[in-house]
Design a protein around this ligand. Structure first.
Ligand SMILES: Cc1cc2nc3c(=O)[nH]c(=O)nc-3n(C[C@H](O)[C@H](O)[C@H](O)COP(=O)(O)OP(=O)(O)OC[C@H]3O[C@@H](n4cnc5c(N)ncnc54)[C@H](O)[C@@H]3O)c2cc1C
Length: 392
């Protein structure tokens, strides 16, 4: 499909301008390896085992897959990536990626770290938005209990108060500094609690400006309606709706659980339905761009093209701060850099944190980039194209 815009997602020169020949070479071999289904299957258990028995493989991980998909282990280590992205007019979203913890001290320190990402963003156009996950600052099973509507014990009630205080502290800091903060979406069986928290924060802090964003997963069949309902509340109560739009990351897990527990799957019947709702959400939100601020978190080329078309058709300035495109570091640079080069607002998630803590994130990225039926993954074909263009 050719675009009527002054950008092309096939332009690998712009997409990889930031990458040296040796960066490209490293990426080429990395994607060659993760293109192999078998290696991606045995990789996670082998890596976990090696780390458990103390084999010195952290250096290897840090120099390869971690280097490609993460900014570093600390904010300071991300500085080089922040600069490189900024040189291509792409913003950074520092994403402190600690997963699966359930310790109060870790929750406190994660909360402090997220606040540090907000502080780092102040007065720096290179970091236009920040992000966090509620499970980074609160226990998953506590959220699950709340979602079910179960009665909390006194101790749990106190624990819940602390989770809310952490979320409030983060959003308050975002409000004081004027730096927007997005709340990631997670599994359906904790999401209602997250949605309530996010809407509460929006009511409080989004009166003048989009400070807090919730995330809507359009692979759920009920989420297009949620956006419309939340928009109606925002219009009635006088706040701006912040909406990160994604398809959703937990499809298999969601379907498996629904199947095992015998309830109807919350996921759309097929990919096409998810695509239709995603694109309908883009339409709806751009129709109400004065009251809805969106971040389109997607690697889907058609959806990105559609959003650019919608801005064009509706006469929305590409630099309107209510519209951002967003991708993950190390993926879909052909979208991020070509859109940014054409003056759209673009920011990439730059995950960071201790290597061991970001391993689940890295395994998911590897999984996503394995080959489908012997084909080359999209990333690998783009890198190969650029290597050839450079005549190497
Ligand atoms: C910046 C950014 C932020 C993100 N934040 C979150 C977040 O907070 N929470 C979260 O859950 N995910 C998040 N994601 C991940 C996202 O939800 C998707 O998993 C991922 O981006 C792939 O979808 P896509 O739109 O990029 O591309 P595509 O390749 O077009 O879509 C793949 C997606 O389509 C859906 N899908 C595939 N097959 C089917 C099917 N048979 N039936 C129904 N649906 C199907 C699934 O969601 C799958 O991930 C984020 C992604 C990005 C880029």
């Amino acid at each position: 499909m050719t675009s009527k815009h002054h950008f092309s997602f096939e332009n690998t020169e712009v997409a990889f301008r930031h990458a040296s020949n040796s960066d490209l070479n490293r990426a080429y071999w990395l994607f060659r390896v993760i293109n192999v289904n078998f290696l991606v299957k045995i990789g996670p258990p082998l890596t976990n085992f090696a780390i458990k028995v103390g084999l010195p493989i952290k250096g290897l991980i840090k120099a390869t897959i971690f280097k490609h998909f993460c900014g570093g282990e600390t904010i300071r280590e991300c500085e080089k990536t922040i600069k490189t992205l900024a040189a291509g007019k792409v913003g950074t979203i520092l994403d402190y990626s600690i997963e699966g913890e359930d310790d109060e001290q870790v929750f406190d320190s994660t909360c402090e770290e997220i606040i540090r990402t907000i502080r780092r963003a102040v007065k720096d156009k290179a970091i236009p938005i920040t992000v966090f996950k509620v499970t980074g600052v609160g226990r998953f099973s506590l959220l699950e209990k709340l979602d079910k509507g179960d009665k909390l014990t006194d101790a749990e009630q106190q624990e819940w108060e602390k989770v809310q205080q952490r979320v409030l502290a983060i959003c308050q800091k975002a409000f004081e500094t004027g730096i927007p903060v997005m709340i990631d979406a997670e599994e359906t069986w904790i999401q209602e609690t997250i949605d309530h928290l996010a809407l509460d924060m929006m009511r409080r802090f989004n009166k003048e400006k989009a400070i807090v964003y919730n995330t809507y997963q359009l692979y759920r069949h009920d989420k297009l309606q949620s956006i419309k309902d939340d928009y109606a509340s925002a219009a009635k109560e006088g706040f701006i709706l912040g909406a990160k739009l994604v398809r959703g990351a937990y499809m298999e897990k969601e379907r498996r659980r629904a199947d095992e527990m015998g309830y109807p799957s919350p996921i759309q019947p097929n990919k096409q339905s998810a695509d239709i709702d995603y694109d309908a959400a883009l339409e709806f939100c751009t129709d109400h761009v004065n009251r809805i601020a969106i971040v389109a978190g997607t690697h889907n080329e058609n959806s990105c093209r559609l959003l650019a078309d919608l801005l064009d058709e509706k006469g929305i300035d590409p630099k309107n701060t209510h519209v951002y495109f967003s991708q993950l570091l190390g993926m879909s640079d052909n979208l991020s850099f070509n859109l940014a080069n054409a003056d759209y607002n673009v920011a990439k998630y730059v995950p960071y944190g201790p290597i061991k803590a970001v391993l689940p994130y890295l395994f998911r990225r590897a999984q996503e980039n394995t080959a489908i039926a012997g084909q080359m993954s999209r990333e690998l074909s783009l890198i190969t194209k650029e290597v050839k263009r450079r005549g190497r």
